[in-house]
Design a protein around this ligand. Structure first.
Ligand SMILES: C[S@@+](CC[C@H](N)C(=O)[O-])C[C@H]1O[C@@H](n2cnc3c(N)ncnc32)[C@H](O)[C@@H]1O
Length: 277
């Protein structure tokens, strides 16, 4: 039964994690400014187009796409998180709508000129099946454009806090690189295979390097990176508040040490992925 698929991710994003993302969304939108600019440039949404924003979260990209397609265009944001969709709907422009659905199974009509995502497509249990379904949303000649993460070691925004936290956390088993999660699309060959199998053509995968703009306060940067993101998943398993405090203090110190020009801005390494339907 497909209802059982993506169940872990639905629980994750629909619960406290979704609420924390809403709480930190203004920070997140600033953090992701470099990746955001890169993927919007790649997508090149045009007036009058119909756009599908997969894993739209609190909706910043949907709003920007809605502005780009103008009153004759339309944006549909799709997500599985009730709290994030609530945030997205609260400021929605007239030409954007938000639907609560699993993009892997929603019965899309072939009505979209552009299928877009900012970090929202790496969470499917079966990505080939999910992208075969997403392909059904494409009009003939439609474009796909999304941004996803390159491997963890290239992403200082993950490595720096994880290294600072490591002495205080129990050893964790090595992560499965194919498991649903932020780094599931780190291997570009895998991504190309998934998209090709799903029916996409002309797959192009390019590097995007930039910074995560965590702001001027190392303490706030540490709060963000311990409340949301990969380290938060490890900390969710920790019950001892004293350990959590030690982790936050160590991450704050590490971020303080990397401050440059008054900003905590560790490196980000992403793939910009495009294809035609
Ligand atoms: C890392 S967040 C990115 C959110 C947003 N695109 C942004 O950049 O702020 C990933 C998003 O994908 C959504 N998501 C995960 N699995 C999904 C699925 N199967 N169908 C639709 N959305 C999904 C999550 O609820 C979450 O909002």
């Amino acid at each position: 039964m497909h209802e059982e698929r993506n169940a872990d991710q639905k629980k994750f994003w629909d619960g406290p994690t979704g609420q924390k993302w809403v709480q930190y969304q203004t920070d997140m939108d600033r953090n992701l400014a470099d990746a955001n600019a890169g993927v919007l440039r790649l997508a090149a949404a045009k007036p009058g187009e119909r756009v599908l924003d997969i894993g739209c979260g609190a909706g910043q990209t949907s709003y920007l796409l809605a502005a780009a397609v103008g009153p004759k265009g339309h944006v549909t944001g799709v997500d599985i998180s009730t709290p994030l969709l609530g945030a997205a709907r609260s400021h929605a422009p007239k030409n954007a709508e938000f639907i609560h659905a699993d993009a892997a199974f929603h019965p899309f009509k072939p009505e979209y000129d552009l299928i877009f995502s900012r970090f929202g497509v790496m969470f499917f249990d079966d990505p080939a099946e999910a992208f075969a379904n997403i392909h059904k949303a494409a009009r003939p000649g439609a474009r796909l454009a999304f941004v996803c993460w390159r491997p963890v070691p290239e992403n200082a925004w993950v490595v720096t806090p994880a290294a600072a936290a490591q002495p205080f956390l129990p050893p964790s088993p090595p992560a499965d690189p194919l498991a649903p999660g932020p780094f599931a699309f780190a291997d570009p060959k895998r991504v190309e295979g998934i998209l090709t199998k799903a029916g996409f053509r002309n797959v192009k995968i390019e590097k995007l390097d930039g910074r995560m703009h965590l702001g001027s306060s190392a303490e706030n940067a540490a709060l963000q990176m311990t409340n949301i993101g990969p380290l938060s998943r490890a900390l969710n398993e920790v019950e001892d508040e004293a350990v959590k405090d030690k982790v936050r203090a160590a991450v704050t110190k590490a971020f303080e040490a990397m401050k440059k020009d008054g900003e905590v801005a560790p490196a980000i390494a992403c793939w910009l992925v495009s294809a035609s339907a």
